[in-house]
Design a protein around this ligand. Sequence first.
Ligand code: CA
Length: 626
Amino acid sequence: MKISLKRLAAAISAAAMTAVSTGTALAPAEAADTVFPLKVEGENMKGADTWTSVYETQIPGYSGEGFAYIQAGDISFNVTVPEDGMYSVHGMVAQVLNQEGRTETLDVNGKKYVTVVPYLDKWTDFDFGTVRLNKGENTISFTGSYGYMELDYATVTVAEPHDYAKASGVCCDPRATKETQSLMSYLKSVYGKNILTGQQEIYGSGHKDNYEWENDFIKDLTGKVPAVRGLDFMNYNPLYGWDDGTTERAIAWAKERNGILTASWHINVPIDFENYTLGDEVDWQKCTYKNYQASNGTFNTANVIKEGTKEREYFEEAMKLLAEQLGKLQDENVPIIFRPLHEAQGNDGRYGDGTAWFWWGDRGAEVYKELWKLLYTTLTEEYGLHNIIWEFNAYELPSSPDWYPGDEYVDIIAYDKYNANGGPNLSAISDVFNALYNMTDGGKMIAMAENDTIPAVDNMTVEDAYWLYVCPWYDGGEDGGVAFLGENYQDYDEFKKFYQSDVAITLDELPEDLYTSGGTSEPATKPATTPAEENTTVPVTTVSSTGSSSDTFYGDANLDKKITVADAVAVLQYIANQNKYALSEQALINADIDGEAGITGGDAITIQKVDAGLVKQTALPLKAGK
Ligand code: CA
Protein backbone atom coordinates (compact mmCIF):
# COMPACT_ATOMS: atom_id res chain seq x y z
CA MET A 1 0.00 0.00 0.00
CA LYS A 2 1.29 3.36 -0.97
CA ILE A 3 -0.42 5.80 1.30
CA SER A 4 1.20 8.29 3.53
CA LEU A 5 -0.83 7.67 6.64
CA LYS A 6 1.25 10.16 8.54
CA ARG A 7 0.45 12.94 6.12
CA LEU A 8 -3.20 12.04 6.04
CA ALA A 9 -3.35 12.14 9.82
CA ALA A 10 -1.56 15.47 9.84
CA ALA A 11 -4.01 16.90 7.35
CA ILE A 12 -6.98 15.69 9.35
CA SER A 13 -5.67 17.07 12.60
CA ALA A 14 -4.78 20.35 10.92
CA ALA A 15 -8.30 20.66 9.60
CA ALA A 16 -9.74 19.80 13.00
CA MET A 17 -7.57 22.36 14.74
CA THR A 18 -8.48 25.07 12.30
CA ALA A 19 -12.11 24.24 12.72
CA VAL A 20 -12.27 24.30 16.51
CA SER A 21 -9.83 27.01 17.46
CA THR A 22 -11.02 30.14 15.82
CA GLY A 23 -10.60 32.19 18.97
CA THR A 24 -7.53 34.23 19.69
CA ALA A 25 -7.17 33.33 23.33
CA LEU A 26 -3.63 33.89 24.45
CA ALA A 27 -1.97 30.59 25.21
CA PRO A 28 1.26 30.41 27.15
CA ALA A 29 3.96 29.81 24.57
CA GLU A 30 5.57 27.17 26.75
CA ALA A 31 2.44 25.06 27.12
CA ALA A 32 2.68 21.53 25.79
CA ASP A 33 -0.93 21.66 24.66
CA THR A 34 -0.58 24.71 22.43
CA VAL A 35 -3.90 25.88 21.08
CA PHE A 36 -3.90 27.19 17.52
CA PRO A 37 -4.04 29.84 16.33
CA LEU A 38 -1.45 30.88 18.88
CA LYS A 39 -1.22 34.63 19.45
CA VAL A 40 1.85 36.17 21.08
CA GLU A 41 2.08 39.89 21.77
CA GLY A 42 5.26 41.42 20.38
CA GLU A 43 5.91 43.34 23.57
CA ASN A 44 5.88 40.04 25.53
CA MET A 45 8.50 38.33 23.38
CA LYS A 46 11.97 37.56 24.63
CA GLY A 47 14.29 40.50 23.98
CA ALA A 48 11.44 42.96 23.38
CA ASP A 49 10.57 46.24 25.11
CA THR A 50 7.08 47.71 25.20
CA TRP A 51 6.67 50.60 22.77
CA THR A 52 3.56 52.72 22.31
CA SER A 53 5.00 55.09 19.71
CA VAL A 54 8.16 55.12 17.62
CA TYR A 55 9.66 58.51 18.43
CA GLU A 56 7.05 60.91 17.07
CA THR A 57 5.19 58.32 15.02
CA GLN A 58 1.96 57.08 16.53
CA ILE A 59 0.52 53.81 15.27
CA PRO A 60 -2.75 53.55 17.14
CA GLY A 61 -4.90 50.47 17.52
CA TYR A 62 -2.38 47.98 18.83
CA SER A 63 -3.47 45.09 21.02
CA GLY A 64 -2.14 44.37 24.48
CA GLU A 65 0.13 46.85 26.25
CA GLY A 66 1.87 48.10 23.11
CA PHE A 67 4.16 46.65 20.48
CA ALA A 68 7.73 45.56 19.90
CA TYR A 69 10.10 47.66 17.85
CA ILE A 70 12.68 45.41 16.26
CA GLN A 71 15.98 47.19 15.93
CA ALA A 72 19.43 45.57 15.73
CA GLY A 73 18.64 42.69 18.12
CA ASP A 74 16.35 39.66 17.72
CA ILE A 75 13.07 39.16 19.53
CA SER A 76 11.74 35.64 19.89
CA PHE A 77 9.14 33.32 21.34
CA ASN A 78 8.78 29.58 21.79
CA VAL A 79 6.05 27.33 20.50
CA THR A 80 5.51 23.70 21.39
CA VAL A 81 3.86 21.39 18.87
CA PRO A 82 2.73 17.77 19.17
CA GLU A 83 4.05 16.57 15.77
CA ASP A 84 6.52 17.57 13.07
CA GLY A 85 4.61 19.59 10.51
CA MET A 86 4.05 22.82 8.63
CA TYR A 87 2.78 25.97 10.30
CA SER A 88 1.84 29.39 9.06
CA VAL A 89 3.39 32.46 10.73
CA HIS A 90 1.75 35.87 10.48
CA GLY A 91 2.61 39.18 12.11
CA MET A 92 0.50 42.28 12.77
CA VAL A 93 3.15 44.71 11.61
CA ALA A 94 3.99 48.26 10.57
CA GLN A 95 7.08 49.44 8.70
CA VAL A 96 7.54 53.19 8.35
CA LEU A 97 11.24 53.41 7.52
CA ASN A 98 11.49 52.43 3.84
CA GLN A 99 8.95 53.48 1.23
CA GLU A 100 10.22 50.81 -1.17
CA GLY A 101 9.85 48.02 1.40
CA ARG A 102 12.30 46.51 3.81
CA THR A 103 13.85 43.04 3.90
CA GLU A 104 12.99 41.18 7.10
CA THR A 105 14.17 37.78 8.27
CA LEU A 106 12.25 35.23 10.27
CA ASP A 107 14.42 32.62 11.96
CA VAL A 108 12.76 29.30 12.82
CA ASN A 109 15.03 26.91 14.71
CA GLY A 110 17.98 28.43 12.88
CA LYS A 111 16.47 28.29 9.39
CA LYS A 112 16.08 31.70 7.80
CA TYR A 113 12.98 32.82 5.91
CA VAL A 114 13.65 36.11 4.13
CA THR A 115 10.84 38.33 2.95
CA VAL A 116 10.16 41.96 2.03
CA VAL A 117 7.70 43.91 4.17
CA PRO A 118 6.18 46.88 2.30
CA TYR A 119 5.81 50.37 3.75
CA LEU A 120 2.91 50.11 6.21
CA ASP A 121 1.84 53.00 8.43
CA LYS A 122 -1.15 51.10 9.82
CA TRP A 123 -1.20 47.75 11.58
CA THR A 124 -1.41 45.16 8.83
CA ASP A 125 -1.60 41.39 8.90
CA PHE A 126 1.50 40.14 7.07
CA ASP A 127 2.12 36.55 5.99
CA PHE A 128 5.67 35.52 6.84
CA GLY A 129 5.17 32.15 5.19
CA THR A 130 4.83 28.47 5.92
CA VAL A 131 7.52 27.05 8.16
CA ARG A 132 8.39 23.67 9.54
CA LEU A 133 8.09 23.11 13.28
CA ASN A 134 9.31 19.96 14.94
CA LYS A 135 7.70 17.95 17.70
CA GLY A 136 8.45 19.66 21.00
CA GLU A 137 9.72 23.18 21.54
CA ASN A 138 10.61 25.49 18.67
CA THR A 139 12.02 29.02 18.67
CA ILE A 140 10.72 31.63 16.24
CA SER A 141 12.67 34.90 16.02
CA PHE A 142 12.05 38.17 14.23
CA THR A 143 15.66 39.08 13.64
CA GLY A 144 17.51 42.37 13.70
CA SER A 145 18.55 41.78 10.11
CA TYR A 146 17.48 44.25 8.76
CA GLY A 147 14.98 45.02 11.45
CA TYR A 148 13.37 48.37 12.14
CA MET A 149 9.89 46.94 11.93
CA GLU A 150 7.04 47.31 14.41
CA LEU A 151 5.38 44.10 15.59
CA ASP A 152 2.12 44.29 17.52
CA TYR A 153 1.70 40.53 17.76
CA ALA A 154 2.45 37.28 15.90
CA THR A 155 0.16 34.35 15.21
CA VAL A 156 1.02 30.74 14.46
CA THR A 157 -1.52 28.38 12.90
CA VAL A 158 -1.40 24.91 11.42
CA ALA A 159 -0.75 25.36 7.69
CA GLU A 160 -3.37 24.19 5.27
CA PRO A 161 -2.09 21.19 3.32
CA HIS A 162 -1.61 21.66 -0.39
CA ASP A 163 -4.59 20.77 -2.53
CA TYR A 164 -2.84 18.46 -4.99
CA ALA A 165 -6.17 17.57 -6.57
CA LYS A 166 -6.31 21.06 -8.07
CA ALA A 167 -3.43 20.29 -10.45
CA SER A 168 -4.47 19.74 -14.04
CA GLY A 169 -4.26 16.17 -15.27
CA VAL A 170 -5.26 17.14 -18.79
CA CYS A 171 -2.55 17.84 -21.36
CA CYS A 172 -2.26 21.50 -22.40
CA ASP A 173 -2.00 20.31 -26.00
CA PRO A 174 -5.65 19.64 -26.90
CA ARG A 175 -4.49 17.18 -29.57
CA ALA A 176 -2.25 15.18 -27.24
CA THR A 177 -2.07 11.54 -28.29
CA LYS A 178 -3.91 8.86 -26.37
CA GLU A 179 -0.62 7.61 -24.88
CA THR A 180 0.42 11.11 -23.86
CA GLN A 181 -2.85 11.85 -22.09
CA SER A 182 -2.69 8.42 -20.50
CA LEU A 183 0.75 9.19 -19.06
CA MET A 184 -0.47 12.60 -17.92
CA SER A 185 -3.45 10.97 -16.20
CA TYR A 186 -1.16 8.53 -14.46
CA LEU A 187 1.12 11.32 -13.23
CA LYS A 188 -1.90 13.15 -11.89
CA SER A 189 -3.17 10.01 -10.17
CA VAL A 190 0.00 9.68 -8.09
CA TYR A 191 0.76 13.40 -7.58
CA GLY A 192 0.51 14.39 -3.93
CA LYS A 193 0.50 10.76 -2.77
CA ASN A 194 3.73 9.40 -4.18
CA ILE A 195 7.04 10.58 -5.57
CA LEU A 196 8.43 8.97 -8.72
CA THR A 197 12.08 7.97 -8.68
CA GLY A 198 14.11 9.26 -11.61
CA GLN A 199 17.66 9.43 -12.89
CA GLN A 200 19.43 11.33 -15.65
CA GLU A 201 21.53 9.03 -17.84
CA ILE A 202 25.12 9.65 -18.83
CA TYR A 203 25.19 10.66 -22.49
CA GLY A 204 27.80 10.76 -25.24
CA SER A 205 30.64 8.43 -24.42
CA GLY A 206 30.58 8.85 -20.65
CA HIS A 207 31.29 5.88 -18.40
CA LYS A 208 32.81 4.03 -21.36
CA ASP A 209 29.56 4.11 -23.32
CA ASN A 210 27.69 2.39 -20.49
CA TYR A 211 24.41 4.27 -20.63
CA GLU A 212 23.03 2.09 -17.83
CA TRP A 213 25.79 3.10 -15.40
CA GLU A 214 23.51 5.18 -13.19
CA ASN A 215 20.68 2.65 -13.17
CA ASP A 216 23.10 -0.19 -12.37
CA PHE A 217 24.55 1.83 -9.53
CA ILE A 218 21.11 2.55 -8.07
CA LYS A 219 20.02 -1.07 -8.47
CA ASP A 220 23.11 -2.20 -6.56
CA LEU A 221 22.45 0.33 -3.84
CA THR A 222 18.68 -0.04 -3.40
CA GLY A 223 17.61 -3.17 -5.25
CA LYS A 224 15.36 -0.99 -7.43
CA VAL A 225 15.53 0.82 -10.75
CA PRO A 226 14.22 4.38 -11.18
CA ALA A 227 10.88 4.87 -12.95
CA VAL A 228 11.83 8.01 -14.88
CA ARG A 229 14.76 8.13 -17.29
CA GLY A 230 16.22 11.55 -17.97
CA LEU A 231 17.85 12.22 -21.34
CA ASP A 232 19.12 15.15 -23.37
CA PHE A 233 18.54 15.85 -27.07
CA MET A 234 21.51 18.23 -27.18
CA ASN A 235 23.57 16.19 -29.61
CA TYR A 236 21.05 16.35 -32.44
CA ASN A 237 22.02 19.83 -33.59
CA PRO A 238 22.93 21.66 -36.80
CA LEU A 239 26.56 22.20 -35.79
CA TYR A 240 28.30 18.93 -34.96
CA GLY A 241 25.30 16.59 -35.14
CA TRP A 242 26.33 13.51 -33.20
CA ASP A 243 23.85 10.67 -32.79
CA ASP A 244 24.70 8.96 -29.52
CA GLY A 245 21.58 6.79 -29.66
CA THR A 246 19.50 8.88 -27.27
CA THR A 247 16.30 8.40 -29.25
CA GLU A 248 16.71 4.63 -29.52
CA ARG A 249 17.39 4.36 -25.79
CA ALA A 250 14.30 6.45 -25.12
CA ILE A 251 12.08 4.19 -27.22
CA ALA A 252 13.50 1.07 -25.59
CA TRP A 253 12.93 2.51 -22.12
CA ALA A 254 9.27 3.14 -22.81
CA LYS A 255 8.48 0.11 -24.98
CA GLU A 256 10.63 -2.64 -23.50
CA ARG A 257 10.79 -1.57 -19.86
CA ASN A 258 7.55 0.36 -19.50
CA GLY A 259 9.41 3.34 -18.04
CA ILE A 260 8.71 7.08 -18.15
CA LEU A 261 10.84 9.50 -20.20
CA THR A 262 11.91 13.06 -19.65
CA ALA A 263 14.41 15.09 -21.65
CA SER A 264 16.09 18.45 -21.69
CA TRP A 265 17.61 20.17 -24.72
CA HIS A 266 20.97 21.88 -24.21
CA ILE A 267 20.82 23.26 -27.72
CA ASN A 268 24.06 24.88 -28.85
CA VAL A 269 24.72 27.95 -30.96
CA PRO A 270 28.02 28.94 -32.61
CA ILE A 271 29.94 31.34 -30.37
CA ASP A 272 31.07 33.33 -33.41
CA PHE A 273 27.58 33.51 -34.87
CA GLU A 274 28.38 36.73 -36.76
CA ASN A 275 30.81 34.89 -39.04
CA TYR A 276 28.86 31.65 -39.15
CA THR A 277 27.28 30.50 -42.39
CA LEU A 278 24.07 28.54 -41.99
CA GLY A 279 24.64 24.87 -42.76
CA ASP A 280 28.33 24.88 -41.82
CA GLU A 281 29.69 22.38 -39.36
CA VAL A 282 31.21 23.85 -36.21
CA ASP A 283 33.50 22.04 -33.79
CA TRP A 284 31.70 21.51 -30.49
CA GLN A 285 34.38 23.49 -28.68
CA LYS A 286 33.36 26.54 -30.70
CA CYS A 287 29.71 26.12 -29.72
CA THR A 288 27.96 27.17 -26.56
CA TYR A 289 24.68 26.97 -24.72
CA LYS A 290 25.82 29.68 -22.31
CA ASN A 291 24.58 33.27 -22.35
CA TYR A 292 26.25 35.75 -24.67
CA GLN A 293 27.87 37.56 -21.76
CA ALA A 294 29.65 34.47 -20.44
CA SER A 295 30.53 33.07 -23.86
CA ASN A 296 31.37 36.44 -25.48
CA GLY A 297 29.15 35.16 -28.27
CA THR A 298 27.36 37.11 -30.98
CA PHE A 299 24.12 35.12 -31.11
CA ASN A 300 21.29 37.55 -30.36
CA THR A 301 18.40 35.63 -28.81
CA ALA A 302 16.03 38.54 -29.36
CA ASN A 303 16.42 37.97 -33.11
CA VAL A 304 15.09 34.42 -32.90
CA ILE A 305 11.57 35.69 -32.41
CA LYS A 306 11.91 37.95 -35.48
CA GLU A 307 11.22 36.35 -38.84
CA GLY A 308 13.88 36.72 -41.50
CA THR A 309 16.88 36.89 -39.19
CA LYS A 310 19.82 34.51 -39.30
CA GLU A 311 19.18 33.58 -35.67
CA ARG A 312 15.62 32.60 -36.58
CA GLU A 313 16.81 30.48 -39.49
CA TYR A 314 19.31 28.75 -37.25
CA PHE A 315 16.66 28.02 -34.62
CA GLU A 316 14.27 26.71 -37.29
CA GLU A 317 16.94 24.22 -38.33
CA ALA A 318 17.55 23.21 -34.69
CA MET A 319 13.82 22.66 -34.18
CA LYS A 320 13.64 20.57 -37.34
CA LEU A 321 16.36 18.22 -36.10
CA LEU A 322 14.72 18.00 -32.71
CA ALA A 323 11.33 17.29 -34.31
CA GLU A 324 12.83 14.42 -36.29
CA GLN A 325 13.80 12.69 -33.06
CA LEU A 326 10.57 13.44 -31.21
CA GLY A 327 8.73 12.23 -34.31
CA LYS A 328 10.47 8.86 -34.04
CA LEU A 329 9.07 8.59 -30.53
CA GLN A 330 5.59 9.56 -31.69
CA ASP A 331 5.75 6.98 -34.50
CA GLU A 332 6.31 4.38 -31.78
CA ASN A 333 3.47 5.80 -29.64
CA VAL A 334 5.97 6.96 -27.02
CA PRO A 335 5.22 10.18 -25.11
CA ILE A 336 7.85 12.21 -23.28
CA ILE A 337 8.00 14.84 -20.57
CA PHE A 338 9.98 17.46 -22.47
CA ARG A 339 11.76 20.28 -20.65
CA PRO A 340 13.20 22.56 -23.31
CA LEU A 341 14.79 25.98 -22.74
CA HIS A 342 15.34 25.04 -19.13
CA GLU A 343 16.55 27.14 -16.20
CA ALA A 344 15.77 30.18 -18.31
CA GLN A 345 15.89 32.63 -15.45
CA GLY A 346 19.29 31.20 -14.59
CA ASN A 347 21.05 33.34 -12.04
CA ASP A 348 18.82 36.34 -12.65
CA GLY A 349 18.30 38.18 -9.43
CA ARG A 350 20.89 36.14 -7.60
CA TYR A 351 23.92 38.16 -8.58
CA GLY A 352 22.14 41.29 -9.67
CA ASP A 353 23.68 41.36 -13.14
CA GLY A 354 20.54 40.32 -14.97
CA THR A 355 22.20 37.52 -16.89
CA ALA A 356 21.06 33.92 -17.19
CA TRP A 357 23.09 30.73 -17.51
CA PHE A 358 21.86 29.93 -20.99
CA TRP A 359 21.45 31.84 -24.23
CA TRP A 360 17.69 31.23 -24.34
CA GLY A 361 17.27 33.28 -21.17
CA ASP A 362 19.83 36.00 -21.77
CA ARG A 363 17.49 38.65 -23.23
CA GLY A 364 14.95 38.57 -20.44
CA ALA A 365 11.48 37.22 -19.73
CA GLU A 366 9.50 38.70 -22.63
CA VAL A 367 11.82 37.33 -25.31
CA TYR A 368 11.94 34.03 -23.47
CA LYS A 369 8.19 33.56 -23.40
CA GLU A 370 7.96 34.27 -27.13
CA LEU A 371 10.72 31.75 -27.74
CA TRP A 372 8.81 29.12 -25.75
CA LYS A 373 5.63 29.78 -27.70
CA LEU A 374 7.53 29.62 -31.00
CA LEU A 375 8.90 26.21 -30.03
CA TYR A 376 5.52 24.98 -28.81
CA THR A 377 3.69 26.15 -31.92
CA THR A 378 6.32 24.85 -34.32
CA LEU A 379 6.52 21.38 -32.77
CA THR A 380 2.77 20.93 -32.38
CA GLU A 381 1.39 22.68 -35.47
CA GLU A 382 4.16 22.52 -38.05
CA TYR A 383 5.55 19.11 -37.15
CA GLY A 384 2.36 17.60 -35.74
CA LEU A 385 4.02 16.41 -32.54
CA HIS A 386 1.43 15.64 -29.89
CA ASN A 387 3.44 13.22 -27.75
CA ILE A 388 4.86 15.92 -25.49
CA ILE A 389 4.08 16.73 -21.88
CA TRP A 390 5.44 20.26 -21.64
CA GLU A 391 7.58 20.97 -18.60
CA PHE A 392 8.71 24.46 -17.65
CA ASN A 393 11.66 25.12 -15.33
CA ALA A 394 10.78 27.82 -12.80
CA TYR A 395 12.44 29.66 -9.97
CA GLU A 396 11.11 30.80 -6.63
CA LEU A 397 12.09 34.48 -6.95
CA PRO A 398 9.49 37.27 -6.75
CA SER A 399 10.11 37.96 -10.46
CA SER A 400 9.80 34.30 -11.50
CA PRO A 401 6.11 34.40 -12.51
CA ASP A 402 7.15 36.89 -15.23
CA TRP A 403 8.90 34.03 -17.02
CA TYR A 404 5.93 31.63 -17.02
CA PRO A 405 4.75 31.06 -20.61
CA GLY A 406 1.13 30.46 -19.55
CA ASP A 407 -1.20 27.64 -18.56
CA GLU A 408 -2.03 26.81 -22.17
CA TYR A 409 1.65 26.06 -22.95
CA VAL A 410 2.72 24.22 -19.81
CA ASP A 411 1.80 20.91 -18.17
CA ILE A 412 4.35 20.62 -15.37
CA ILE A 413 6.39 23.19 -13.47
CA ALA A 414 9.84 22.02 -12.46
CA TYR A 415 12.73 23.17 -10.34
CA ASP A 416 16.38 22.14 -10.56
CA LYS A 417 17.83 21.76 -7.08
CA TYR A 418 21.55 22.21 -6.57
CA ASN A 419 22.22 23.12 -2.94
CA ALA A 420 24.73 20.55 -1.70
CA ASN A 421 27.90 22.32 -0.64
CA GLY A 422 30.56 20.24 1.05
CA GLY A 423 28.22 17.30 1.62
CA PRO A 424 24.69 16.03 0.94
CA ASN A 425 21.81 18.44 1.52
CA LEU A 426 18.65 16.52 2.44
CA SER A 427 16.34 19.54 2.51
CA ALA A 428 12.99 19.11 0.78
CA ILE A 429 13.24 22.84 -0.13
CA SER A 430 9.57 23.12 0.74
CA ASP A 431 9.79 26.92 0.57
CA VAL A 432 10.66 26.57 -3.14
CA PHE A 433 7.87 24.02 -3.60
CA ASN A 434 5.43 26.46 -1.99
CA ALA A 435 6.55 29.31 -4.28
CA LEU A 436 6.08 27.11 -7.37
CA TYR A 437 2.71 25.92 -6.07
CA ASN A 438 1.60 29.51 -5.63
CA MET A 439 2.74 30.44 -9.15
CA THR A 440 -0.36 28.75 -10.59
CA ASP A 441 -2.37 28.45 -7.36
CA GLY A 442 -1.71 24.72 -7.39
CA GLY A 443 -2.98 24.39 -10.96
CA LYS A 444 0.08 22.54 -12.31
CA MET A 445 2.00 19.54 -11.01
CA ILE A 446 5.46 20.34 -9.62
CA ALA A 447 8.54 18.22 -10.24
CA MET A 448 12.19 18.27 -9.22
CA ALA A 449 13.52 17.85 -12.75
CA GLU A 450 17.20 17.86 -11.81
CA ASN A 451 18.89 17.60 -8.47
CA ASP A 452 22.04 16.79 -6.58
CA THR A 453 21.04 15.16 -3.26
CA ILE A 454 17.67 13.42 -3.27
CA PRO A 455 15.85 15.06 -0.34
CA ALA A 456 15.13 12.89 2.69
CA VAL A 457 11.77 11.22 2.21
CA ASP A 458 10.64 12.28 5.69
CA ASN A 459 11.42 15.91 4.88
CA MET A 460 9.31 15.74 1.72
CA THR A 461 6.33 14.15 3.45
CA VAL A 462 6.42 16.15 6.70
CA GLU A 463 6.89 19.42 4.82
CA ASP A 464 4.09 18.61 2.36
CA ALA A 465 6.47 18.92 -0.58
CA TYR A 466 5.39 16.00 -2.76
CA TRP A 467 7.58 16.59 -5.80
CA LEU A 468 6.08 14.64 -8.72
CA TYR A 469 9.48 13.09 -9.34
CA VAL A 470 13.11 13.59 -8.40
CA CYS A 471 15.93 13.10 -10.90
CA PRO A 472 19.61 13.34 -9.90
CA TRP A 473 21.86 14.55 -12.69
CA TYR A 474 24.17 11.99 -14.29
CA ASP A 475 27.29 10.78 -12.66
CA GLY A 476 30.35 11.97 -14.55
CA GLY A 477 32.76 10.80 -11.89
CA GLU A 478 35.18 8.57 -13.76
CA ASP A 479 35.22 10.92 -16.72
CA GLY A 480 36.19 14.05 -14.89
CA GLY A 481 32.65 15.32 -14.35
CA VAL A 482 30.80 15.77 -11.10
CA ALA A 483 29.86 12.50 -9.39
CA PHE A 484 26.26 13.34 -8.53
CA LEU A 485 25.74 9.79 -7.28
CA GLY A 486 28.90 9.98 -5.17
CA GLU A 487 29.03 10.40 -1.42
CA ASN A 488 29.69 14.12 -1.64
CA TYR A 489 26.19 14.52 -3.02
CA GLN A 490 24.12 11.56 -1.85
CA ASP A 491 23.38 10.26 1.63
CA TYR A 492 23.19 6.54 0.79
CA ASP A 493 21.15 5.63 3.88
CA GLU A 494 18.53 8.22 2.99
CA PHE A 495 18.76 7.28 -0.72
CA LYS A 496 17.91 3.67 0.15
CA LYS A 497 15.24 4.69 2.62
CA PHE A 498 13.52 6.77 -0.06
CA TYR A 499 13.73 4.11 -2.76
CA GLN A 500 12.42 1.44 -0.42
CA SER A 501 9.68 3.61 1.08
CA ASP A 502 5.99 3.34 0.28
CA VAL A 503 6.08 6.91 -1.00
CA ALA A 504 8.58 6.25 -3.79
CA ILE A 505 7.51 4.64 -7.06
CA THR A 506 10.19 2.64 -8.84
CA LEU A 507 10.22 1.14 -12.34
CA ASP A 508 8.79 -2.20 -11.21
CA GLU A 509 5.82 -0.40 -9.66
CA LEU A 510 4.64 1.41 -12.78
CA PRO A 511 1.30 0.03 -14.00
CA GLU A 512 1.12 -2.13 -17.09
CA ASP A 513 -1.46 0.18 -18.66
CA LEU A 514 0.69 3.29 -18.13
CA TYR A 515 0.34 4.21 -21.81
CA THR A 516 -3.14 2.88 -22.44
CA SER A 517 -5.47 3.87 -19.62
CA GLY A 518 -3.47 5.94 -17.19
CA GLY A 519 -2.68 3.19 -14.73
CA THR A 520 -6.30 2.62 -13.77
CA SER A 521 -6.59 -1.10 -14.35
CA GLU A 522 -3.56 -2.18 -12.36
CA PRO A 523 -2.85 0.62 -9.95
CA ALA A 524 0.68 0.65 -8.63
CA THR A 525 -0.69 2.64 -5.77
CA LYS A 526 -3.78 2.20 -3.75
CA PRO A 527 -4.96 5.70 -3.01
CA ALA A 528 -6.43 6.50 0.36
CA THR A 529 -10.10 5.71 0.46
CA THR A 530 -12.18 8.79 0.94
CA PRO A 531 -15.92 9.04 1.35
CA ALA A 532 -16.14 10.69 -2.08
CA GLU A 533 -14.32 7.80 -3.63
CA GLU A 534 -16.62 5.28 -2.02
CA ASN A 535 -19.49 7.12 -3.63
CA THR A 536 -18.00 6.62 -7.06
CA THR A 537 -18.08 2.85 -6.75
CA VAL A 538 -21.85 2.81 -6.33
CA PRO A 539 -23.77 3.62 -9.48
CA VAL A 540 -26.47 6.21 -9.09
CA THR A 541 -29.79 4.51 -9.62
CA THR A 542 -32.24 7.33 -9.13
CA VAL A 543 -32.17 10.15 -11.57
CA SER A 544 -34.09 12.76 -11.92
CA SER A 545 -35.97 15.20 -14.02
CA THR A 546 -33.53 14.90 -16.90
CA GLY A 547 -35.28 11.76 -18.03
CA SER A 548 -32.19 9.57 -17.99
CA SER A 549 -32.59 5.89 -17.40
CA SER A 550 -31.47 4.05 -14.31
CA ASP A 551 -28.39 2.94 -16.23
CA THR A 552 -27.10 6.49 -16.06
CA PHE A 553 -23.97 6.87 -14.00
CA TYR A 554 -22.64 10.35 -14.49
CA GLY A 555 -18.92 10.43 -15.18
CA ASP A 556 -18.69 6.81 -16.27
CA ALA A 557 -17.79 7.53 -19.89
CA ASN A 558 -16.25 4.11 -20.54
CA LEU A 559 -19.12 2.19 -18.94
CA ASP A 560 -17.01 0.20 -16.51
CA LYS A 561 -19.17 1.21 -13.52
CA LYS A 562 -16.32 3.20 -12.01
CA ILE A 563 -15.16 6.78 -12.23
CA THR A 564 -11.46 6.99 -12.88
CA VAL A 565 -9.08 8.99 -15.03
CA ALA A 566 -9.82 6.49 -17.80
CA ASP A 567 -13.23 8.16 -18.12
CA ALA A 568 -11.60 11.56 -18.55
CA VAL A 569 -9.30 10.06 -21.17
CA ALA A 570 -12.29 8.61 -23.00
CA VAL A 571 -13.97 12.01 -23.04
CA LEU A 572 -10.84 13.79 -24.30
CA GLN A 573 -10.35 11.22 -27.03
CA TYR A 574 -13.94 11.59 -28.10
CA ILE A 575 -13.49 15.37 -28.32
CA ALA A 576 -10.32 14.94 -30.36
CA ASN A 577 -11.75 12.40 -32.80
CA GLN A 578 -15.38 11.33 -32.58
CA ASN A 579 -15.02 8.79 -35.37
CA LYS A 580 -12.01 7.05 -33.99
CA TYR A 581 -13.07 7.23 -30.35
CA ALA A 582 -16.83 7.00 -30.55
CA LEU A 583 -18.95 6.86 -27.39
CA SER A 584 -22.22 4.93 -27.16
CA GLU A 585 -25.50 6.67 -26.45
CA GLN A 586 -25.36 5.75 -22.77
CA ALA A 587 -21.69 6.75 -22.57
CA LEU A 588 -22.56 10.18 -23.98
CA ILE A 589 -25.24 10.62 -21.33
CA ASN A 590 -22.83 9.53 -18.61
CA ALA A 591 -20.02 11.74 -19.87
CA ASP A 592 -22.03 14.95 -19.81
CA ILE A 593 -21.35 15.58 -16.14
CA ASP A 594 -20.41 19.22 -15.74
CA GLY A 595 -23.88 20.68 -15.88
CA GLU A 596 -23.29 22.31 -19.27
CA ALA A 597 -24.92 20.62 -22.25
CA GLY A 598 -22.59 18.89 -24.70
CA ILE A 599 -19.38 16.92 -24.28
CA THR A 600 -16.54 19.32 -23.63
CA GLY A 601 -13.21 19.54 -21.84
CA GLY A 602 -15.19 20.71 -18.82
CA ASP A 603 -16.66 17.22 -18.52
CA ALA A 604 -13.19 15.68 -18.48
CA ILE A 605 -12.08 18.11 -15.81
CA THR A 606 -15.15 17.45 -13.69
CA ILE A 607 -14.59 13.70 -13.96
CA GLN A 608 -11.05 14.16 -12.70
CA LYS A 609 -12.32 16.23 -9.82
CA VAL A 610 -14.76 13.47 -8.91
CA ASP A 611 -11.97 10.94 -9.16
CA ALA A 612 -9.81 13.07 -6.90
CA GLY A 613 -12.59 13.36 -4.33
CA LEU A 614 -12.85 17.12 -4.87
CA VAL A 615 -16.52 17.03 -5.74
CA LYS A 616 -19.09 14.39 -5.06
CA GLN A 617 -20.33 12.54 -8.08
CA THR A 618 -23.84 12.40 -6.67
CA ALA A 619 -24.00 16.18 -6.56
CA LEU A 620 -23.40 16.55 -10.25
CA PRO A 621 -26.46 15.60 -12.28
CA LEU A 622 -27.13 17.77 -15.29
CA LYS A 623 -28.89 21.02 -14.80
CA ALA A 624 -32.56 20.39 -15.42
CA GLY A 625 -33.94 21.55 -18.72
CA LYS A 626 -30.65 21.48 -20.62
CA1 CA B 1 0.76 44.21 21.13
